[in-house]
Design a protein around this ligand. Structure first.
Ligand code: ABT
Ligand code: MG
Length: 148
């Protein structure tokens, strides 16, 4: 069983459109465990580092100004194969191609404002968790039966 952790971020459009609760709920109901979460403004420097792979792309400037325009909800989720499963739950990058039932398929319209980010590989997950969370992740036992 491959228990992994992945970095998930609800982008400014998702926060503004009141989708935080719905998105968190989808990950909870799927069975994943929340191990970190913060509503935060994104600095220019953090945005540029996060999207470093797109530095030479024509849309880089727009991407950075969008992600720094208003707070994001940054999270880390843990679970079996969570990296790939989260990407499937998010749907394709372009909401026009994202299947209904996925987050982008249900709520997204534009490729530039596509509601959610999720790490695309184990290497990206490691890099992004270190960039966004430093030492702030928790580790706890989550057993429903403990409370009922
Ligand atoms: P992110 O989770 O934001 O990284 O999106 P995803 O991994 O699904 O897609 P990639 B290819 O990494 O896109 C990064 C952001 O760049 C935007 N984008 C991408 C454009 O605006 N125009 C384009 O032609 C492409 C390819 C979409 C993504 N984010 N936002 N916001
Ligand atoms: Mg990406």
């Amino acid at each position: 069983m491959a228990v992994e952790r992945t970095f998930i971020m609800i982008k400014p459009d998702g926060v503004q459109r009141n989708l935080v609760g719905d998105i968190v709920s989808r990950f909870e109901k799927k069975g994943f465990k929340l191990v970190g979460g913060i509503l935060m403004s994104v600095s220019q420097d953090l945005a540029e580092q996060h999207y470093a792979e797109h530095k030479e792309r024509p849309f880089f400037g727009e991407l950075v100004s969008f992600i720094t325009s208003s707070p994001v909800f940054a999270m880390v989720w843990e679970g079996e194969n969570v990296i790939a499963t989260a990407r499937n739950m998010m749907g394709k990058t372009n909401p026009a191609d994202a299947a209904p039932g996925t987050i982008r398929g249900d709520y997204g319209i534009s490729v530039g404002m596509n509601i959610i980010h999720g790490s695309d590989s184990p290497e990206s997950a490691q890099r992004e968790m270190a960039l966004w969370f430093k030492e702030d992740l928790t580790d706890y036992d989550k057993t429903v039966n403990k409370w009922i």
